[in-house]
Structures are given as structure tokens and as C-alpha cells.
Design a binder for this molecule. Structure first.
Ligand code: GLU
Length: 304
């Protein structure tokens, strides 16, 4: 029965295309971990970037989740309806003098040959002024000198020195859009998310998110980063490449393969089972500790 423990998990797709196999793995892993822990499982649509959005993708993602039997608790949260919360968080950081406007163009930053943003707009004696009136500024957060580390339930200890590895990062873009890093932290707290299970490609975003949580006095959830799909050069597959790997109307094959790729050893006779039976087996036998650490080669999707 959902929701009888304090566990709250979530799946947070961006509506930039239909659900591909990599996001199916994240949806399945977060769903099974939540349900195996008698937790709630929420769905949040991360629709903060209209230029990258594909019309109809949000509805299509939700339909695919339903076809796979991933029923979520409560209403879907749409980030585009919570801009006031991101604005408040940004103002709090500015008030605490932990964020500043930046007018540097990409080209100017590149010309200075800095590996990460060099803090130029923060280091000026005078507050930086727009190169021309009404020129929009990005807002960057000051990362400071500390090392931020955490214990990932799958990947083990992970840490970053934000200053040298990331630099002061953007929380509101020059085009006025709030950055993923800020919105994700605000929403995970607003939805009281306690456990985040998501793709390994976001492991190196986590220290930034933990730092924002600390600055905004928000709790830090537990994290588990699952392997993603890569090609033989180790590059992450684009949504387009593997969009075809999921047929939303034929969930069986994908679901069985996804259970295997998550290290869960489903028995052969489950192949003939219904979606419902596969998920039930998945919940009853879920072992987070069996999920492999390393990325999967996409070619392995084809074997089974
Ligand atoms: N919206 C992000 C994505 O689709 C995932 C965010 C998260 O799980 O923190 O890649």
C-alpha cells in the first residue's frame, strides 16, 4: 500500500521528447525503491525550458508511465506553475549575498581561458553594470571554497571542490529562465522528497544541489544514482537514439529488460507475465544493492 512510511520518492522528467530507455530505467528504479519501502512516489514535470520543449511530450510521457503501470501519488507537479518559489529562493540567496548578476557572454568567458567561470563579475570593485541599458544579467551563486561530499547509495562516496571543478554556477539564465539546479532543489524540498533515485549523469550535479540546500536551509535527501546507457565511446545516448527502444503500447519486453539491467535477476517465466505481475515481482524482490554501478552499453539492450 503506498504511502505508509516517511519515504517520498519522485520521477522528474523534462518534456523534451518521449520517454526513452534511459528514463524508463530511472522511472522504474525510483518507483520500485519507493514502493518496496512503502513510500509515496511522485511525478514532477520539469518544464522550465520552453525553447527545448516538444509539444505534446509531457502528455505522452505520462501516458507511457501509465501504460507501464507506474501509478503516481497525488497530482503531477508542473514546475512552470511554481516560478514564484524559484524567485523567492533566488532573492534569499541575493539577500544573503551569495548570488550576483553576471553580464559576461560565453565568448568573453572563453577568451579568458578559465576552466570554470572565474568569478569576474563578482570580483569587480564596483558592482558590474550592464554593457548597455536593459541588457539582461544571468544570476550566479558564489560557490565558496569548501568541498561538498555525500554518500550515494549506489555509487559510494562522491565529492567535489566546487570552486575549481564547477565555478560559480548560473541559477537564473540571461533569458530569464530559472536553472534546473535551483528549481530541482526548491521542488524536492517543497514536495518533501526524502529519496532521489535518478541517472548517473546527474551525480556531478548533486554537490551543487547540496550546496544550494545548505544555503537555503533545506534538508538534503538520500541519493542513489543508477547506471545510464552509453555508446561504446562511453558517451550518454541522446533521447533520439533510443526513443525507439520503448514501445509505450508493448511494455512487457522493455520492463523485463529494465529489471535485468537494474541487476534484479527476474525469473525466466516472468517474461510471460503481465505488466502488473512484473512490477509486483519487482517490488517484492527489489534490492537496491544489486543495481550495478557502471553505465550500460546500449548494445546490451539488444541481448536478453
Ligand atoms: N529533469 C531531469 C532530466 O530529465 C531530471 C532531474 C532529476 O531527476 O533531478 O534529466
Amino acid at each position: 500500500m503506498p504511502g505508509i512510511s516517511n519515504y517520498i520518492g519522485r520521477f522528474a522528467p523534462s518534456p523534451t521528447g518521449s520517454l526513452h530507455f534511459g528514463s524508463l530505467l530511472a522511472a522504474l528504479a525510483s518507483f520500485l525503491d519507493a514502493r518496496a519501502n512503502q513510500g509515496r512516489w511522485l511525478v514532477r514535470m520539469e518544464d522550465l525550458d520552453p525553447p527545448r520543449e516538444i509539444a505534446g511530450a509531457a502528455a505522452q510521457i505520462l501516458r507511457t508511465l501509465e501504460n507501464f503501470g507506474f501509478y503516481w501519488d497525488g497530482p503531477v507537479r508542473y514546475q512552470s506553475q511554481h516560478l514564484d518559489l524559484y524567485q523567492q529562493a533566488l532573492q534569499q540567496l541575493r539577500k544573503q549575498q551569495q548570488a550576483y548578476p553576471c553580464y559576461c557572454s560565453r565568448q568573453q568567458i572563453a577568451q579568458r581561458h578559465a576552466a570554470v567561470y572565474d568569478g569576474y563579475c563578482q570580483q569587480q570593485k564596483q558592482p558590474p553594470r550592464p554593457p548597455e541599458p536593459n541588457h539582461p544579467a544571468a544570476i550566479r551563486v558564489i560557490v565558496g571554497d569548501s568541498r561538498i561530499g555525500f554518500d550515494d547509495a549506489i555509487q559510494g562516496h562522491y565529492q567535489q571542490q566546487l570552486k575549481t571543478e564547477v565555478g560559480d554556477f548560473v541559477i537564473r539564465r540571461r533569458d530569464g529562465l530559472y536553472a534546473y539546479q535551483l528549481a530541482v532543489v526548491v521542488d524536492d524540498a517543497a514536495q518533501q522528497v526524502s529519496h532521489i533515485v535518478r541517472g548517473y549523469d546527474l551525480l556531478d550535479s548533486t554537490p551543487r544541489q547540496i550546496q544550494l540546500q545548505q544555503r537555503l536551509q533545506l534538508p538534503t535527501p538520500e541519493y542513489a544514482h543508477i547506471p545510464i546507457l552509453v555508446n561504446s565511446q562511453g558517451q550518454k545516448l541522446s533521447k533520439q537514439t533510443y526513443a525507439s527502444a520503448i514501445d509505450p503500447d508493448q511494455p512487457h519486453r522493455s520492463l523485463f529488460r529494465a529489471l535485468q539491467l537494474l541487476g534484479q535477476q527476474p525469473p525466466e517465466d516472468l517474461r510471460a507475465g503481465s505488466t502488473h505481475e512484473m512490477l509486483r515481482w519487482g517490488i517484492n524482490h527489489w534490492q537496491l544493492s544489486w543495481v550495478p554501478r557502471q553505465p550500460h552499453l546500449a548494445e546490451s539492450l539488444l541481448e536478453s
